[in-house]
Design a binder for this molecule. Structure first.
Ligand SMILES: O=P(O)(O)OC[C@H]1O[C@H](OP(=O)(O)OP(=O)(O)O)[C@H](O)[C@@H]1O
Ligand code: HPA
Length: 181
């Protein structure tokens, strides 16, 4: 965890990647793409805690069609900027069986988290799996999964804000920043 002074230092030395205006435009765009594709599917929307909390909270009111909501919790970065093993805190539940599932996450980085979620959700009997990520990092390598809906592409840098943390800090920022190298 970063203490408050260190968190402020990180933000003061960061590079702005996407302003809050850009974030708002992106939200409107991805909401309309999801609406076109899924408005008649009565999906079960699963939010991936904790990073997807801001994306989810701002996206759901823009989806004006019937849906159900639940959350899952899985993490593999913890307080690190490199991913490790997946730590499932809350698994998908049996309520995914027979449902069209839409998983929401803040970032598709190496793709291991979303690929594992897809495997688990399909193994529990979901009838279809869709995913929407607010950001997709251009890592210059093949990923094990692509998202069906992508808000914006990001450079290959450690980013934070709009749900994404740097050592636990700054999920609450309305814009997206990158750590300076
Ligand atoms: O594509 P990947 O390389 O697997 O990384 C993407 C995952 O990493 C982040 O979660 P994190 O493990 O940081 O947990 P958090 O959501 O609690 O921050 C993010 O929210 C995604 O779920
Ligand atoms: O660049 C990132 N920032 C914050 N959280 C993340 N989880 C995967 N990649 C990132």
């Amino acid at each position: 965890m970063l203490d408050a002074n260190k968190a402020l230092d990180v933000l003061n030395n960061a590079e702005l990647i996407a302003s809050s205006e850009k974030v708002s435009e992106t939200l409107a765009q991805i909401a309309s793409e999801i609406t076109v594709a899924l408005s008649d599917k009565h999906p079960l929307v699963l939010s991936v805690m904790g990073g997807a909390v801001v994306f989810t909270g701002q996206l759901l009111p823009k989806l004006s069609f019937p849906l159900d909501f639940d959350y899952i919790h899985v993490t593999r970065y913890g307080n690190n900027t490199q991913g490790g093993l997946l730590d499932w805190k809350v698994m998908p539940r049996e309520n995914v069986a027979g449902r069209v599932v839409l998983v929401l996450d803040d970032i598709l980085d190496e793709g291991h988290t979303l690929a594992a979620i897809r495997e688990k959700v399909l193994s529990l009997g979901a009838s279809a799996f869709y995913s929407a990520v607010f950001t997709d990092k251009q890592i210059g390598k093949q990923k094990p999964i692509q998202a069906d809906f992508v808000g914006m592409q990001l450079p290959n840098k450690y980013v934070f804000g709009f749900g994404m943390d740097v050592q636990g800090a700054w999920r609450n920022l309305p814009a997206i920043y990158a750590m300076k190298e």
